[in-house]
Design a protein around this ligand. Structure first.
Ligand SMILES: [Cu+2]
Length: 148
């Protein structure tokens, strides 16, 4: 339900989506969080669509990060925790939505600070579609959106 309303909101807003299409995979609205100070971690978010059969995002990598993991957020006893996941599922009409408080691509051991306005390269690996390269703009952290 939440996904549906998000998509409708996006359609109503009518904003031009920054879409990267590669074969059957389309990545929309990718962005990564700028880092604060010497922080060595950040996260990337996006919506990933597939036009053919079901697929799974199984890995990600970036030249700016030593390690990149797929994460989700879980509520445990009223506390929000991150957990690594093996894969993020997607299917035609059921995009993988990576967003604040949900699935995200966790970049660890960053080799450089991520500054707003820059673009980083992420290589996504899908079980069926294989590798897809995405140029990800870095966005500033905003007050009230410190959590990832
Ligand atoms: Cu995480």
């Amino acid at each position: 339900m939440r996904l549906k309303s998000l998509l409708i909101a996006a359609a109503l807003a009518g904003f031009a989506t920054l879409a990267h299409a590669q074969g059957q995979i389309t990545v929309k609205e990718p962005y990564a969080r700028a880092t604060i100070g010497q922080a060595k971690v950040s996260a990337a978010y996006m919506t990933i669509e597939t036009s053919t059969g079901p697929d799974r995002l199984i890995a990600a990598a970036s030249p700016v990060a030593g390690t990149v993991e797929l994460h989700t957020h879980l509520h445990e006893g009223g506390v929000m925790k991150m957990r690594q996941v093996e894969a993020i599922e997607l299917a035609p009409g059921k995009p993988a939505v990576l967003e604040t408080g949900g699935y995200h691509i966790m970049m660890l051991d960053l080799k450089q600070p991520l500054k707003a306005g820059e673009t980083i390269l992420l290589t996504l690996t899908f079980e069926k579609a294989g590798k897809v390269e995405v140029q990800v703009p870095v966005r500033p952290l905003r007050a009230g959106h410190q959590r990832h």
